[in-house]
Write a protein that binds this ligand. Structure first.
Ligand SMILES: Cc1cc2nc3c(=O)[nH]c(=O)nc-3n(C[C@H](O)[C@H](O)[C@H](O)COP(=O)(O)OP(=O)(O)OC[C@H]3O[C@@H](n4cnc5c(N)ncnc54)[C@H](O)[C@@H]3O)c2cc1C
Length: 422
């Protein structure tokens, strides 16, 4: 019998690869459901995604394919995102939003108009060069310190350049005069109608059901002999292996890789995330899809409000939020403490009326959520990718390839990797 192509992981990348490979592939998924990070959780009648998970497309072909998978049951929505800064809530992006408040305008506009706008220096210097020192100090520096849990001065310049978009001074002057600017490509997104973002992986997984093995964790890989072993102790031989699991995990799992290659996992940096879901007795008045918080005294950097994506996410007349709290991937977060702090801070920040309004909570932990695109990490990633490829392991997906990929890219990587084997 011909050996199958084994795909590790049934997130969007793994599902897309399996969809393309049809009966040639078998998928092993550690958890009890498909979807990976883009999965929708259920808790006492409430549904929630892991933070905001909305679909953007650059490639029309991918957009049409996803539309077909969802049978057109999705809705294009205008993004409603806000930022809380210095106790005031304004529209995202902050470079435009602060103009909505006279107080913030007085504080940030003079500095912004004086900024050199050159993308030079480390993250902190670059933020001040681009938006003025007041906005850098009140938003960009505290927000990113909270998210990345890493000294911003030590971040790579390339990383900073990617994460700090320039905002032309002339555009700001036009906005300050009351003119409107055209909305950018990310000002709109698609979201499923029937439930959360997990609807997409459910629909993709539907046609592949007998080839997806849930609760089947790959625990070791022998590339010389071409087999994977799963948590049940069973060995499965493969012709090729597609891995969509985090790159450090594939290094740990591949038993016949030299120690020097396995040790390179240390060069791959990332932050993990605790997602705290709170169900509330009353609906929230907040109509944003998500809200950013830069205040270092508030433990989360962002909250999202499931009802504002789709009514079906929560029971009528109730409210819910999902707060995101990051942690270094090599540490273990103290979930109970984080949950309690999130509850207090949602009240402190005025999002939730009082602790009595919180009726239940749930928490999900993602050890790898955001990868740091450092120069050292990118070099390691490229070298490891070719070492693994020579051994018959192809990498796909956000954590497999170890890059800042969105859902569209994860899907495309899955398809492309499968095509390389077809
Ligand atoms: C907080 C957050 C918000 C985001 N928001 C957006 C957004 O708004 N829009 C957007 O386009 N993208 C967004 N993304 C990115 C998007 O989630 C990813 O690009 C995409 O879901 C990655 O899919 P994947 O298949 O590559 O990885 P994953 O979803 O991680 O899939 C990997 C799978 O492998 C499984 N696995 C792990 N180890 C093993 C093992 N040993 N054996 C078997 N299976 C294993 C896991 O359980 C998982 O199901 C966001 C990401 C995060 C973290």
């Amino acid at each position: 019998m011909r050996k199958p192509i084994i795909i590790i992981g049934a997130g969007l990348a793994g599902l897309a690869a399996a969809w393309k490979l049809k009966e040639k592939a078998e998928v092993f998924e550690a958890s009890d459901a498909v979807g990976g990070v883009a999965r929708t959780y259920k808790c006492k009648g409430f549904s929630y995604d892991l933070g905001p998970h909305v679909l953007y497309f650059r490639n029309l072909k991918t957009q049409r394919w996803v539309e077909e998978i969802l049978e057109g049951r999705w809705r294009r929505q205008a993004r409603r995102a806000r930022i809380v800064i210095d106790g005031e809530k304004v529209d995202y992006p902050i470079q435009e939003g602060f103009l909505q408040s006279d107080r913030l305008k007085r504080r940030f506009l003079p500095d912004f108009l004086k900024a050199t706008q050159c993308k030079e220096g480390n993250f902190k210097e670059m933020a001040a060069n681009l938006y003025g020192s007041a906005l850098a100090e009140d938003f960009f520096i505290p927000y990113n310190t909270k998210l990345w849990r890493y000294p911003l001065e030590e971040m790579d310049k390339e990383w900073a350049q990617r994460f700090l978009p320039s905002f032309p001074r002339d555009d700001l002057k036009r906005l300050a005069k009351g003119e409107t600017l055209p909305r950018g490509p990310n000002a709109y997104f698609f979201y499923p109608e029937k439930s959360g973002i997990g609807t997409l992986s459910q629909a993709l997984g539907e046609g592949l059901r007998n080839r997806i093995h849930l609760s089947t964790k790959v625990t070791s890989i022998n590339t010389k002999e071409g087999w994977v072993e799963t948590n049940s102790g069973t060995r499965h031989h493969y012709s090729y292996l597609i891995s969509t699991i985090p790159l450090p995990e594939i290094l740990r799992t591949s038993v016949d890789l030299p120690e020097s290659d396995r040790n390179r996992a240390k060069e791959l940096r990332s932050v993990g995330m605790v997602f705290v879901h709170l169900s509330l007795a009353h609906p929230l008045s907040e109509d944003s899809h998500w809200v950013y918080f830069s205040d270092p005294e508030i433990c989360f950097h962002r909250i999202s409000i499931p009802r504002n994506y789709s009514d079906v996410m929560i029971p009528p007349d109730r409210g819910s939020i999902v707060a995101e709290v990051s942690f270094p991937s090599d540490k273990n977060p103290d979930i109970q403490t984080i949950v309690e702090k999130v509850k207090m801070d949602t009240v402190k920040s005025g999002i939730v009326e009082g602790l009595n309004d919180i009726t239940s909570h749930d928490a999900q932990v993602l050890r790898y959520a955001y990868v740091f695109p450092t120069m050292k990490g990118e070099k390691a990633r490229e070298e490891l990718r070719s070492i693994l490829r020579e051994k018959g392991i192809l990498l796909a997906g956000r954590y497999g390839v170890w890059e800042y990929a969105n859902m569209e890219r994860a899907l495309e990587q899955g398809i492309k990797t499968a095509e390389a084997l077809c």
